[in-house]
Design a protein around this ligand. Structure first.
Ligand code: NAP
Ligand code: COA
Length: 269
């Protein structure tokens, strides 16, 4: 049972990158469950098609799966064009697509760094730019970026994603200022570790997850629903004066330096 009215996004169309899995899927499901028509975009039809079916079955709304790589502007432009032509408009863009892995800076290759920056930072820009050109720039709307808290300090084995998410935060603030006068709200959510996601499976292997959980002030990992509910709020009219904010949902972990525990995860067995 949601605490939000079930039709608050009626008549809206949302595109969620990374919407086939994890946090992006949770946000897509929540938006569709509150009245929006949704499109989900990622590289793999194997992720998108079952997710689109699940969203349609759970919400009674068709969900448009779009295979594209956010690193390739032409693919992104075609996908955005399909949203506008098949769903009629594009009010909300959620940039949740990302890549990450644990790797000490000393072991990280040039291409390993570049790949994550390309997906997270350049991908966020590519999708935002294509959506701006196709719809948002003339009609207004919203962009919600999914960032992280890893770059608030120096997080071991996370140089690549820290650099990428710092760029996402910069994009969020700059676009909020430049595009705000055109009726576009741009904000970000910075999740801490969220249980039952690919992110925590990769970053907090084995006993590290339990140790990090014990370091979180609220003493639990985040849940996909925590982020989906926050997304509903930020994208709703209740947040119409929130612009260029990066809103943390991490149970207080980023206040504690708890990610230092990732040093443990880097130790060779
Ligand atoms: P996830 O399920 O692996 O989500 C990442 C998504 O991005 C996947 O659906 C993937 O789908 C898509 N993707 C990857 N590369 C892509 C590309 N080049 N083009 C298009 N789509 C691409 O992981 P998650 O943990 O839920 O993460 C979702 C978001 O939350 C990410 O932005 C992540 O940085 C952020 N976040 C997560 C956590 C956490 O604890 N989980 C914490 C902080 C921030 P395909 O493989 O089909 O392309
Ligand atoms: N440790 C160190 N380097 C790694 C790595 C790891 N675990 N995984 C990939 N890399 C490096 C590769 O070696 C390659 O660099 P190289 O050419 O110098 O060898 C570079 O990263 C690109 O790898 P590749 O597998 O070609 O990239 P891809 O575009 O197919 O996939 C990834 C992108 C690497 C981010 C992949 O993990 C992915 O698709 N992730 C999506 C899901 C995800 O990460 N979810 C969590 C989100 S928080």
């Amino acid at each position: 049972m949601s605490i939000f009215r079930d039709n608050i996004f009626e008549g809206r169309v949302a595109l969620i990158t990374g919407g086939g899995t994890g946090i992006g899927h949770g946000i897509a499901m929540a938006l569709a469950g509150h009245g929006a028509q949704v499109a989900i975009l990622s590289r793999s039809a194997e992720h998108l098609e079952p997710a689109a079916r699940e969203i349609a079955e759970a919400t009674g709304r068709a969900c448009l799966p779009l295979v594209a790589d956010v690193r390739i502007p032409e693919q992104v432009e075609s996908a955005v064009a399909r949203v506008v032509s098949e769903l009629g408009r594009l009010d909300i863009v959620v940039n949740a697509a990302a890549g990450n892995f644990l790797c000490a800076a000393a072991d990280l290759s040039y291409n390993g760094f570049g790949t994550v920056v390309d997906i997270d930072a350049k991908g966020t820009w590519n999708v935002s730019k294509a959506a701006y050109t196709a719809w948002l720039g003339s009609q207004g709307g919203q962009i919600l970026n999914i960032s992280a808290t890893l770059h608030y300090g120096g997080t071991p084995a996370q140089l690549h994603v820290s650099a990428a998410k710092a760029a996402v935060d910069a994009l969020t603030k700059n676009l909020a200022v430049e595009w705000g006068p055109q009726g576009i709200r741009v904000n970000a959510i910075a999740p801490g570790p969220i249980g039952d996601t690919e992110g925590t499976r990769r970053l907090l292997p084995g006993p590290i997850a339990g140790q990090v959980e014990r370091a979180i002030p609220v003493r639990r990992l985040g849940r996909i629903d925590d982020i989906a509910n926050l997304a509903l709020f930020v994208l709703s009219e209740a947040a119409s004066n929130i612009q260029g904010e990066i809103i943390v949902s991490d149970g207080g972990l980023s206040l504690t330096g708890g990610f230092g525990l990732l040093f443990e995860a880097m130790k060779k067995p």
